[in-house]
Design a protein around this ligand. Structure first.
Ligand SMILES: N[C@@H](CCC(=O)N[C@@H](CS)C(=O)NCC(=O)O)C(=O)O
Length: 250
């Protein structure tokens, strides 16, 4: 069984977890039909937990010390521990070759570079808007405290800035939609790939703040001819592979 690590929130059931990078892996696991359990930890416990199971850092902090990040996985079948969403998904492709490959042969650079570019170009537009809502009733005290100490620059945005953030986010997603065929659900047309994991992750992280009942989420699902709604539906139309914990608050 695969254990996938994410951050703890006060959402339970299928709304557990929050990291856009972990959502990429959850998307891949569902399309691959590989069961997993999600283990949610506090932001302040990432480094200690990673070290305790042998998960490697994914980059360096400004002071040169190692940066440990969510997600990482532990695969009890192989004993392997892998960090970084791209490396995890590539590991799953290689280790479970009978499942659908998310990084089709010959597209490694295109997929990886799309992931990095999409994060920089699209996600950054909506981040100030969602970040300004922190803390929400669904943040643990630990995560709210972490944001207060490490991200003091997250200030409330004005209604005008909020409107502008949404507009920029919509228009950058529109740039992607413009390069896809009208009826395509996936970035590569009729076959799913890592690029879809990335787009899905960026949308699903917003579900933490704006869920199905909110106007924001409903509008997003209808943008660009309903393309993003169809991507989310493609995920939900597949059988769930997440094994729920016995303790729903874990
Ligand atoms: N390149 C990494 C990035 C992961 C990442 O930035 N994760 C964030 C959570 S969304 C994190 O763990 N941040 C820890 C920190 O900033 O201390 C991946 O794709 O997995």
């Amino acid at each position: 069984m695969i254990t996938l690590y994410d951050l703890k929130t006060l959402h339970t059931g299928t709304r557990r977890g929050i990291s856009p990078h972990t959502w990429k892996v959850r998307f891949a696991l569902r399309f691959k039909g590989i069961p997993y359990t999600l283990r949610c930890i506090e932001m302040g416990d990432i480094e200690a937990t990673a070290k305790s199971i042998g998960a490697l850092p994914t980059s360096k902090k400004a002071d040169g010390s190692p940066q440990y990040t969510i997600p990482f996985i532990q695969d009890s079948k192989t004993g392997k521990v892998i960090s970084d969403s791209f490396d995890i998904i590539e590991y799953l492709d290689i280790t479970y070759p009978e499942t659908i490959s998310m990084i089709p042969k010959g597209t490694r650079l295109l997929q990886g570079y799309f992931g990095q570019a999409a994060y920089k170009i699209i996600a950054t537009q909506i981040m100030p808007v969602s970040a300004s809502l922190i803390p929400t009733p669904y943040h643990t005290q630990g995560m709210a405290e972490w944001f207060r100490i490490t991200r003091p620059d997250f200030v409330k945005v004005s209604p005008e800035q909020e409107k502008e953030g949404w507009e920029k986010f919509r228009s950058e997603l529109g740039e992607v939609a413009r390069l896809m065929k009208e009826t395509d659900v996936f970035a590569m047309g009729d076959r799913v790939s890592f690029a879809d994991c990335v787009l899905f992750g960026q949308l699903m992280v917003l579900k933490f703040f704006w869920n199905e009942e909110t106007t924001e989420w409903k509008e997003m699902m209808n943008w660009h001819g309903g393309r993003w709604g169809r991507l989310i539906a493609a995920y939900y139309n597949l059988p769930d592979v997440e094994v729920q914990p016995e303790d729903p608050s874990s």
